[in-house]
Design a protein around this ligand. Structure first.
Ligand code: FRU
Length: 490
């Protein structure tokens, strides 16, 4: 269900682009081993976002620089001259990373994204600094006056810089955003795109995504978002976050309470560097993120046979919705092409004891619906048939929180891994959430929890469990009715 390379180290998704009916996923990749080194762009393609075919690495590191994160566009107007009007080139933007120096470079492909040529005039944007990286390029305004915009970070300054270009090769400065909001770590992998609130084309907002490491809401790596407006020059948040101070600019300095005042795409430990596809239909936005955390990514045991490290999240369709209080929220909906029809199991009323054990597939989705009545919540335990691994998910109605506890069976996992993650959700008598889960290797499985219709998401690796079972128990009083919709990975 989740993309992982056949071998070796992987981190951020890069250059996500949809072209000629094919989704291209490039990714930070070490072709020679499973440590974070020799960074190059790996490559995989899919037509349905469920089944991926891995190809030879697309852009390889060389003696001068590693190929750090970035993006890809289809140059339809042949503004770069790399393609032709009939056969547009794909142009990739990456950070050429050398010790003490990072600048933006480009490569182009005239065979639909399989083979790439580095541009002889590289770098195309160089500020002479050491942490300027992760360019995301998009076309601003499809009309005749349109131009290209690049968002990239000065990571240590906690700033997103906007530049523009007419030919993808010459870039001029437009403006900067930040430092503001979550700043207890460096800023990385920005993305920015417009979305129509509740599909209303007269109410289009811009969403700015910024990954932060460390200092994220769940500890370590995390990704926040800012909703606002972009006029082609600068980004203005609808509700600005407080500007940074010398105190907040310190690593991990912001408290959980302060961090809860900002927008996060995910409340779990393992959703980082998420970016969206270029080249989809207008206002169709699909995000993929790296399902890991820099606090321990290098020390989670690699798959013993394939020896790959890390997987990506499910692809998630993004939308903006206005909630009951008029607040505009970012909603995530998994692109659910990889599972079967669901089988509904009605568990009826639950008294104090836990429900009979339900067998669940090794990979799939469980839709939990419960009428809580006077109960204070419920607890869902996922574990292997041998009683090993898994996690416990608790809904605490009074506290309006979901907790995911992955502290059991962590013997082979790094110490930084264990513990409880929590996410604020609505206090509702009708509780509903979707739990996606997948076995990744002998040591870890992945769990992605979508609550409040996808307005709240928690992604977490958990100690491996397979051929699993599920049990539900009540928290503070009987639950009136529980039903499960169980779907399996195809
Ligand atoms: C984010 C990141 C990026 C960088 C890449 C290097 O996870 O640190 O800022 O380009 O990884 O692999």
């Amino acid at each position: 269900m989740h993309f992982a390379p056949r071998h070796n180290w992987m981190n951020d998704p890069n250059g996500l682009v949809h072209h000629d009916g094919v989704h291209h996923l490039y990714f930070q990749y070490n072709p020679q081993g499973n440590a974070h080194a020799n960074l190059s762009w790996g490559h995989a393609t899919s037509t349905d976002l469920a089944v991926w075919t891995e190809h030879a690495p697309a852009i390889l590191w060389d003696d001068d620089a590693q190929i750090f994160s970035g993006s890809t566009v289809v140059d339809h107007g042949n503004t770069s001259g790399f393609g032709t009007a009939d056969a547009p080139a794909l142009v990739a933007f990456y950070t050429a990373a050398a010790p003490g120096h990072q600048a933006q470079s480009i490569a182009y492909s005239t065979d639909g994204g399989h083979s790439w040529e580095k541009y002889h005039g590289n770098p195309v944007l160089d500020r002479g600094t050491s942490d300027f990286r992760d360019p995301k390029v998009f076309r601003y305004d499809d009309g005749a006056d349109g131009y290209w915009v690049m968002v990239a970070v000065e990571a240590h300054d906690r700033q997103v810089l906007f530049h523009r270009s007419d030919d993808l090769k010459t870039w001029t400065f437009l403006s900067a955003y930040g430092p503001a909001g979550p700043v207890g770590g460096v800023w990385e992998c920005p993305d920015m795109f417009p979305l129509a609130v509740d599909g209303d084309e007269d109410d289009v907002r811009w969403v700015l995504l910024i990954s932060l490491n460390p200092g994220g809401i769940a500890g370590g790596s995390g990704t926040h978002h800012v909703i606002g407006d972009f006029d082609g020059v600068s980004f203005r948040p609808t509700t600005p976050y407080p500007p940074a101070t010398p105190e907040t600019l310190v690593e991990r300095s912001q408290t959980r309470e302060q961090l809860e005042g900002f927008g996060w795409i995910d409340f779990g430990r393992d959703c980082y560097a998420g970016v969206t596809f270029d080249g989809l239909a207008r206002h169709e936005r699909t995000l993929i993120a790296w399902m890991d955390n820099w606090e321990y990514a290098g020390s989670i045991p690699a798959d013993p046979e394939a020896r790959y490290r890390s997987a990506m999240t499910l692809p998630r369709r993004l939308s903006l919705v206005r909630d009951g209080e008029g607040v505009v929220r970012l909603r995530q909906t998994p692109v659910a092409t990889g599972i079967t029809e669901e089988r509904v199991v009605d568990l009826g009323r639950l008294e104090r004891n836990s429900s009979p054990t339900q067998e669940i597939p090794t990979s799939g989705r469980i839709r939990i619906s419960a009428r809580l009545g006077t109960s204070q919540g419920l607890e869902v335990r996922l574990e292997g048939q041998d009683g090993r691994g898994g996690a416990v998910l608790r809904y605490d109605r009074g506290a309006a929180r979901i907790e995911l506890d992955r502290s059991r069976g962590v013997e082979h996992l790094p110490t930084a891994f264990g513990g409880v993650q929590t996410m604020p959700v609505a206090d509702a008598e009708e509780f509903r959430c979707d739990v996606w889960f997948d076995s990744l290797n002998d040591e870890v499985s992945a769990v992605e929890v979508f609550a409040d219709d996808g307005d709240r998401v928690l992604t977490s690796l958990v100690p491996a469990f397979s051929g699993g079972v599920l049990r539900i128990s009540t928290v503070g009083g009987p639950v009136e009715a529980v039903s499960l919709g169980i779907a399996e990975a195809r």
